[in-house]
Design a protein around this ligand. Sequence first.
Ligand SMILES: Nc1ncnc2c1ncn2[C@@H]1O[C@H](COP(=O)(O)OP(=O)(O)O)[C@@H](O)[C@H]1O
Ligand SMILES: [Mg+2]
Length: 273
Amino acid sequence: MNAPILSLRNVNKSFGPIDVLHDINIEVRAGEVLCLLGDNGAGKSTLIKLMSGVHQPSGGTIEMDGSPVRFDTPRSASEKGIATVHQFGGTFPLMSIGRSFFVGVEPTKGWGPFRIYDRKRANEIAVKAVRDFGITRIEDGDRLVGGLSGGERQSLAIARAVHFGARVLILDEPTAALGVKQATHVLRIVNEAKRRGLAVIFITHQVMHAMAVGDHFAVLIRGAIAADFRKGEKTREEITDLMAGGASMATLEAEIEGYMASHDGHPPQAAHS
Ligand SMILES: Nc1ncnc2c1ncn2[C@@H]1O[C@H](COP(=O)(O)OP(=O)(O)O)[C@@H](O)[C@H]1O
Ligand SMILES: [Mg+2]
């Protein structure tokens, strides 16, 4: 196994009196997908905010290539090659594809005060970058980001991160709001990012999505790593149970089925207020 790019060692995070993360140890390696699993409120987003400079740890250390680092701001993390893509792609609906691709890093023609945004060139580069990722439906860099599907927006954001040299790609629930076909597309892009040698941290609570791309898995329960295992070491049922905090999903399913059998096949009704 190659050396980790990013490691968290005994990391804690509190907000005032509230301890959100306890003694976190994880490592991410080039060409590997680490799936971070956990129920709502487990601390997944807080954990990635520590890796992307939004928050700083209250204790413990973050290392990059074996040396301690501090990410004081999101910018300092991104300058060190950490790219974060959020659920809706983090791009700008009213911008063109070419424009959004180069936000903050526009290629220019001319010099000094005469520099202007080179729209044609930006569009060419952006469209090529996304097409290289297998997104062949995008042909026109002038199209607005808002007109793309959720999966295409995710893909655009990932292609952008790779294009600008990210080494660690953090995806916070990229497939949560997508249908099956779009989610499959995003999972394929995740695999492509991995094939290109990025270290990918993939956050999800969808076990099937995690199993489709993950090499390494960490399950977060109430702010602590409750399990840490590699591909093939646990079944889908075992992972689902772990995420449910040890309560057996099989038991829950049997209870729901029992209820339905005794209520004419109707599932339990949600309480109406
Ligand atoms: N800035 C904050 N101040 C206080 N509590 C926070 C803050 N951010 C997150 N938390 C708490 O930390 C816990 C984990 O939240 P979060 O990391 O968003 O979980 P997840 O992404 O797994 O759903 C929650 O109980 C949340 O209320
Ligand atoms: Mg979250």
